[in-house]
Design a protein around this ligand. Structure first.
Ligand code: NA7
Length: 543
């Protein structure tokens, strides 16, 4: 891009992109190959993949179906890649992202093994000065966060961890060489999507597995299976329609969304529907493909929650264990809904014990294991499946300073504020891909990522066409968007539940419902309208 100012030196590059997962790779591609800009990417890992680079724990796999949990921006790419199954495992998704990096020659624009530590906006130059842990300092016109929503691992501050004589791991920072649990006494803390995926394979290998559960979850069977040649031919022939369906939907999934309330049908009809979805379909279709009011009407939600509790009791032999595994104090779907392969069945194994932390909370980690309020459990290995400082943690690890030196950590001390989830007032030329205040984690992520990447690159192109050097959300637009995000969330059952959507999993984090629950399709329309009105709510300028 040309710098129109006679005095200000041009920045070193047009854009810096932080992170090389789904979002960073596409952002680099888009800016470099479509807009022809100079781009530097930085990635802490030694290769691309983001989430799929770090989360290598046993059982890690995608919860969205492979044929739509993938990029749509290149028809050649989607025609040449064939996934093995409905829900591919982490190594296959990592192979895909490496393939994308190679196919589009993206590695040469990305510095791996490099963490961005700080970024400061230079007000008099309309650019960012970016620092890395390797000591590099460079300037860029646009600073783009592709750090992901679930990247800052949360190891809870349980006293005594430093004295533990065994091995411990967080699932989101898993050793590349893998972990052999053979003959080990393993303690797994956490029963979110990750703990639920990891429990069956760890139990199959370990001498004994203790699952430490604070909050039970409603898990739906994945019904994973290989996808056949003819199925793939059909998918590839209809990719256009599939992607269109995703874009026109609430959650970014190509499922027909029911317009019927769970309370508008007879109990027999409802039961038959749940049973069919449970035993034949599985996965997110259970939530998105049945009735339209699980997330807004408690009585409707009760019908499905009760069905799942019944299923847990049908699967788990020990009634007391089944009771402990059955959630009763929050509605189904208001925590991120997990899907599983043989999760509940695993509690029928003789080498698996469920520990209810609500009855007997963790007190400390000891040199030999873990102590709850009633006893000590001797363990060789502790697995923390304790989640992430979601949606804000990975961005706030970077010391980001906007106009007048304002720090993003200070600005977000009481919860994140954004305009459209993509920009922050006081932080010009900073874009956040799938930031808080956008549909992000409530949707099929690659779709949400593509929409943001394309919107951001269109915005940058718009500035370039007009010789402008600065775009900044107004405080007014940001405040109104924040109110809207809260208003739509308050019309649902989401905000009352303790979940990472509201930051409840991180001690001391402000409780704010972070994702935008208004739906992907309406959100996309809103973003397009903002752009069509000359980026309404933003100030565009040049120097
Ligand atoms: P989640 O969904 O945040 O789950 C973390 C689990 O760890 C959850 O069961 C927590 O219980 C539990 N946890 C967290 N801190 C503690 C402490 N201090 N003691 C005991 N138990 C604790 O993370 P996941 O990695 O499973 O999933 C993250 C996302 O990745 C997932 O939603 C998908 O989008 C992919 P809690 O429920 O807070 O009581």
């Amino acid at each position: 891009m040309t710098d129109t100012s006679p005095s200000a030196p041009a920045p070193d590059v047009d854009a810096v992109v932080v992170g090389a997962g789904f979002s960073g790779l596409y952002m680099v591609y888009r800016l470099r190959e479509v807009l022809g800009l100079t781009v530097r990417g930085f990635e802490a890992g030694d290769g691309p993949g983001g989430t799929w680079y770090w989360n290598r724990y046993p059982g890690a796999r995608c919860d969205s179906e492979s044929f739509y949990y993938s990029y749509s921006f290149s028809d050649e790419l989607q025609q040449e890649w064939t996934w093995s199954s409905k829900y591919p495992e982490q190594p296959e998704i990592l192979r895909y992202l490496n393939h994308v990096a190679d196919r589009f020659d993206l590695r040469r624009s990305i510095a791996f093994n490099t963490r961005v530590t700080a970024a400061t906006f230079l007000d008099d130059r309309d650019c960012w000065e970016v620092r890395t842990d390797g000591g590099e300092v460079l300037t860029c016109r646009f600073f783009i966060s592709a750090v992901g929503c679930l990247s800052a691992a949360n190891v809870p501050p349980i006293p005594g961890l430093d004295r533990f004589e065994g091995d411990w791991y967080h699932t989101g920072a898993w050793p590349h060489e893998g972990v052999d649990f053979t003959g080990k006494r393993v303690g797994l803390i956490g029963t979110g999507s990750t703990g639920i995926q990891a429990t069956p394979p760890i139990a199959a290998q370990a001498d004994h597995l203790h699952v430490f559960q604070r909050t039970p979850n409603y898990s739906i069977p994945a019904r994973n299976r290989p996808l056949s040649g003819p199925e793939w031919e059909d998918i590839k022939a209809h990719y256009g329609e599939i992607r269109d369906k995703c874009r026109a939907s609430w959650g970014g999934f190509p499922y027909e969304r029911s317009e019927v309330s769970a309370l508008a049908v007879s109990p027999e009809e409802r039961e038959a529907k749940y049973q069919q979805l449970w035993s034949e379909e599985g996965g997110f279709k259970f939530l998105y493909g049945s009735y339209n009011d699980f997330l807004t009407n408690e009585a409707a939600n009760d019908t499905v929650a009760e069905f799942i509790r019944r299923k847990i009791h049908e699967i788990v032999n020990d009634v007391a264990v089944a009771d402990t595994l059955s959630p009763r104090d929050y509605p189904y779907g208001t925590k991120r809904p997990p899907i599983d392969t043989d999760y509940y069945e695993t509690f029928n194994r003789a080498n698996v014990t469920l520990v209810d932390l609500r009855d007997t909370p963790i007190v400390e980690i000891t040199p030999k294991g873990l102590r709850t309020s009633d006893r000590e459990y001797e363990l060789d290995t502790i697995v923390f499946a304790t989640g992430f400082d979601a949606m804000t943690g990975s961005l706030l690890r970077i010391d980001i300073r906007g106009t007048d030196g304002i720090s993003l950590r200070d600005k977000w001390a009481h919860g994140p504020l954004t305009y459209l989830g993509v920009q922050i007032a006081g932080f010009p030329n900073l874009f956040v891909i799938t930031g808080p205040g956008s549909p992000s984690v409530l949707t099929n992520m690659p779709l949400a990522i593509e929409q943001h990447v394309e919107w951001i690159s269109d915005c940058i192109d718009h500035l370039r066409d007009r010789g402008l050097t600065r775009v900044e959300a107004t405080e007014d637009a940001e405040a109104k968007w924040g109110e809207h995000v809260q208003e739509v969330a308050d019309a649902t059952l989401f905000p009352k539940t303790n979940s990472w959507y509201v930051g409840a999993n991180i001690p001391g984090k402000s409780r704010v419902f972070m994702p935008y629950v208004g739906g992907f399709a309406p959100y996309q329309q809103l973003c397009d309208d903002v752009a069509a009105k000359g980026y309404e709510g933003f100030v565009l300028s040049g120097r």
